[in-house]
Design a protein around this ligand. Structure first.
Ligand code: BEZ
Length: 226
């Protein structure tokens, strides 16, 4: 098998997400057409018909209505073919009670995995039966301008936390909605106080967030509810 070259780690927060056309569990897909004007979560798993991946895909599928409410489309990826994905989705739905309806990219030649740097250098056990590296557990959150806003990378041995992915979407969308004049503190969830960004001086803060309070000049908190 000829393996394309990796992206040399050049995808960073703020990079434009590369476009591609690919086969998926739902047939051929043009990535930018699929995203359209939505946000997108592009996430990889190591292998179909494996235990951790089954729990993860079921959990992501069950949370899809929450992502949809936030204008987020989901798309998975692994180095398996589309027939394998389709068969495995039946198992996922049976085991987890999900109704997985988002596409899963079929990437047996690792073309998109390498474009998005979803293959690691360390885990010699995360390989297929030909000894070729499988994908790790990557998550990319991409905004409607196709800008990469978050990159998470988990090892094959550790399942992700879907609530955390949703939490980051909430944080990014809250900050964007307020022209990036707020940020969110540790463990923030919607409804908690947010932080007023250092670029906003106290006068502007009083106008925008009349209920704000200063803990220190550099740490100002405000509720967002009226
Ligand atoms: C799993 O999903 O359980 C798994 C897949 C590949 C490597 C390690 C774990």
């Amino acid at each position: 098998m000829s393996i394309p070259k990796p992206n040399n780690g050049t995808l960073r927060l703020g990079s434009i997400a590369p476009d591609f056309t690919t086969d998926t569990s739902l047939g051929e897909l043009h990535f930018y057409e699929y995203i359209d004007q939505s946000w997108c979560i592009l996430f990889s798993h190591p292998d179909d018909f494996t235990p951790v991946c089954t729990t993860e895909l079921g959990a992501f599928a069950k949370l899809e209505p929450e992502f949809t409410r936030r204008g987020v489309k989901m798309i998975g990826l692994s180095a398996n073919d589309a027939d394998s994905h389709r068969l495995w989705i039946k198992d996922i739905d049976e085991i987890t009670g999900s109704h997985l309806s988002f596409p899963i990219i079929a990437d047996p030649d690792r073309r998109i995995a390498l474009l998005y740097d979803m293959i690691d250098h360390q885990d010699a056990t995360n390989i297929d039966d030909k000894g070729v590296q499988l994908t790790i557990r990557s998550v990319f959150i991409i905004d409607p301008a196709k800008t990469i806003r978050l990159i998470m990378t988990y090892p094959a041995s550790c399942g992700r936390n879907t609530a955390e992915v949703l939490r980051v979407v909430d944080s990014l969308q809250t900050s964007d909605r307020l022209s990036r004049k707020v940020t969110t503190p540790i463990n923030w969830v919607p409804g908690d106080d947010v932080i007023i960004a250092p670029t906003v001086d106290d006068n502007e803060a009083k106008q925008l967030f009349p209920k704000f309070r200063s803990i220190k000049p550099y740490l100002r908190l405000t509720p967002l509810s009226k």
